[in-house]
Structures are given as C-alpha cells and as structure tokens.
Design a protein around this ligand. Structure first.
Ligand code: HEC
Length: 330
C-alpha cells in the first residue's frame, strides 16, 4: 500500500517539478544576492518564528535531536548551532539562506520538508540573510544527531514564487507576510485535504496538528475569533492570554513563549488587521478532529508525505503548505 502511494507520490512530484520549472522558466528568479545579514534583526525574526522550537531539545539551545516519525521514515531535527562538526558552523550565510528557503543543505542533499522551507521560501532576501546571520551567532553545542532515515528520496523543491528583496513593512501586507511566511501560523491553523495539501477553502479555520487542535482563527463569530477585537488578538500574541482570561495551551503556548511574545506592537497590530481581512469560515476543528482516526499514530503522517509534492503545484505563494509530522512524544 505504502509502496503504491510512494510511487504515485513520486510521479506527482515529477509532474509538479516539471510544471513549476516550466512556469518559472519564463520569469527566471533573480539571482538575488542579499546584503549581509544583521543578526539583531535576525533574532527578531527568530522570535517571530516561535524560536524555531522544533530544534530545541534536551541537548540545548538549537542543538536538535527531536525525533519525527512517519511512513516517510524517521527525521531528527538537526543541530543548527555553530558547532563545526555536529552543527552548521562551517556553513556560510548564503548556504544557510539557501537551506532556509529551498531546503537544500550545504552538501547538496534535499532536507525533508518537515523543516518549514516551503513557508520560509517566501521570506525576503534581507530577512533570510538576517535570520541566517543570527543563527551564525548561536553558541556551538556538540550534539551528534542521528542520521535521517527516509523511505524515498525527497523531491527537489522549487519555490512557487520568487522571494522579493525586502519584506512588507507595515499594515495588512505585513500581517499576511508574518502569518504565511515568517511565523507560518498558517502551517498549523489551516487543515489539510486527504492528499495532504492545505485545504485553502478552510484557510486558517483550524484543524488537528500533532495530536492537538489548532483553533479556527478566521473572523467567524461562532467557530472562529470574530468576537475578538484587533487589540484582543495583538494582546494574545504578546501575552498568550485570551480575552476571556484563559491562557493559550500546548503548541501555541510554546510558540508564544518561544519568542512570539516579543512581537512588536506594530507587527502584532498588523497580524490582527490581516486576520480581520481573511474570509470567515464556519469550521469547528474540534468536531473535525473527532472525525479523524485517533491522533498520535504514525498514520497521521501519510498526508504529510503527499503534501511535499502537492504543495508545489497548488500553493502559489500562499506560503501555507501544511507540513505535519507526528511528534514522537516520549
Ligand atoms: C506550531 C503550531 C502553531 C503555530 C505555528 C501557531 N499556532 Fe496558534 N494555536 C495552535 C494551537 C494548537 C492552538 C490551541 C491552543 C490551546 O488549546 O490553547 C492555537 C491557538 C491560537 C489562538 C487562540 C484561538 C482561540 O479560539 O482561543 C490564536 C488567536 C492563534 N492560535 C493565533 C496564531 C497566530 C496569529 C499565529 C502566528 C503568529 C499562530 N497562532 C501560530 C497552534 C499553532
């Protein structure tokens, strides 16, 4: 069964790559060379991304090791400290930028897209350089992470939309950039279709993620956060407190405490303004979660495998490719 799915996956992958390559042939992506990164600005982007929490583990700050298992095999979050042997200490800023936005590692191999490069592919040249510059300042920790074991080769990735030089600086456009790219809120808050691709008809309308349920954050009054004011939303991002006084839990709490709570007032307001502009979708993700087979098993990742390849086809720049891994909680 898996074998057939994987074969099909690879065919779809081939078509997707061909299609995307054909699309981008006309408008070849600019060989953009970002200005040297600013680690201070990069630290802020790191915080917006919730502190790259997947790379946190018992070995220390960004030293990796967390295991993600699925039908695709087993993936371990890499050590992204500046340790030259077990981390990314020998990588140049440009090589880190390439990995962030295309998933291509320094040695040329394609990273498994549990790493959120499909979302980060929309990151501007300058932001990607800044984030890379910050990562280069992370103190080295020696932690040898076990090699990834995959059941099939990772298809090459072509960004659906070439990134711009600089990110939007304010307003709703800025909010969209944070939601879809920098903080990839959409990766958790948009549910997936059976083939693993994001269900854009339920964009940000919530769904199961890693054994939890991400809430509906569209402006729907009944099932979403339509009753929240923009100030309520901004305050939630900075404090983790809902307007009714209850705190965020689980993954959302990790994202907030991991750094999102350092979001500036202006950016928090931009996210809130953007969230008010997305279509209200009536969707109760808790009900949806109950319809699915029990969460927590490896089978949950089957759609994820297909998401890798379907994403390139369907997601023109939405930056919302939902990649799901079943976190191996031990
Ligand atoms: C790693 C996955 C993940 C990411 C990334 C993420 N969220 Fe969440 N979010 C969740 C989960 C899970 C919950 C439910 C938390 C709970 O049960 O308290 C949640 C809850 C929320 C809520 C509360 C909704 C309610 O009805 O109480 C809001 C608002 C929200 N998220 C907004 C965002 C925004 C905006 C971003 C991006 C800046 C974001 N989230 C990024 C997983 C995520």
């Amino acid at each position: 069964m898996y074998r057939r799915i994987i074969a099909l996956t690879l065919i779809v992958a081939g078509l997707a790559v061909f299609w995307v390559a054909a699309q981008s042939a006309a408008a070849a992506p600019p060989a953009s060379k970002p200005a040297a990164g600013d680690p201070t600005k990069g630290e802020y982007l790191f915080n917006l991304a919730g502190g790259c929490g997947c790379h946190m583990g018992p070995a220390g700050f960004l030293a990796g090791g967390t295991e993600y298992k699925g039908p695709f095999g087993t993936v371990y979050a890499r050590n992204i400290t500046s340790d030259p042997e077990t981390g990314i200490g020998t990588w140049t800023e440009e090589e880190i930028v390439t990995a962030l936005r295309t998933g291509k590692a320094k040695d040329g191999h394609q990273l498994f897209p549990i790493m959120v490069y499909p979302a980060l592919s929309g990151m501007s040249d300058q932001d990607a350089a800044d984030l890379a510059a910050f990562l280069m300042t992370v103190p080295p920790i020696k932690n040898e992470v076990p090699p990834t074991v995959l059941n099939f080769p990772v298809p090459p990735f072509v960004a659906p939309v070439p990134p711009s030089a600089t990110a939007p600086t304010g307003g709703v456009a800025r909010g969209g950039y944070i939601v879809n790219v920098a903080s990839h809120c959409s990766a958790c808050h948009t549910p997936t279709l059976p083939d693993g691709s994001p269900d854009m008809s339920k964009y940000l309308a919530g769904g199961p993620i890693e054994g939890e349920v991400a809430h509906n954050i569209t402006p729907d009054m009944e099932t979403g956060i339509g009753s929240w004011t923009e100030e309520n939303i901004a305050n939630f991002l900075q404090t983790g407190m809902r307007p009714d006084g209850t705190p965020a839990g689980g993954l959302m709490a990790l994202v907030i405490q991991g750094g999102l709570n350092k979001i500036t007032d202006a950016d928090a307001a931009a996210v809130a303004a953007y969230l008010k502009t997305v279509p209200a979708v009536s969707n109760d993700p808790n009900a949806q979660a109950q319809q699915l087979p029990a969460t927590g098993g490896d089978m949950n990742n089957l759609p994820f495998v297909l998401a890798l390849v379907a994403g390139g086809l369907v997601l023109l720049g939405a930056g919302a490719l939902v990649l799901r891994g079943s976190r191996n909680k031990n």
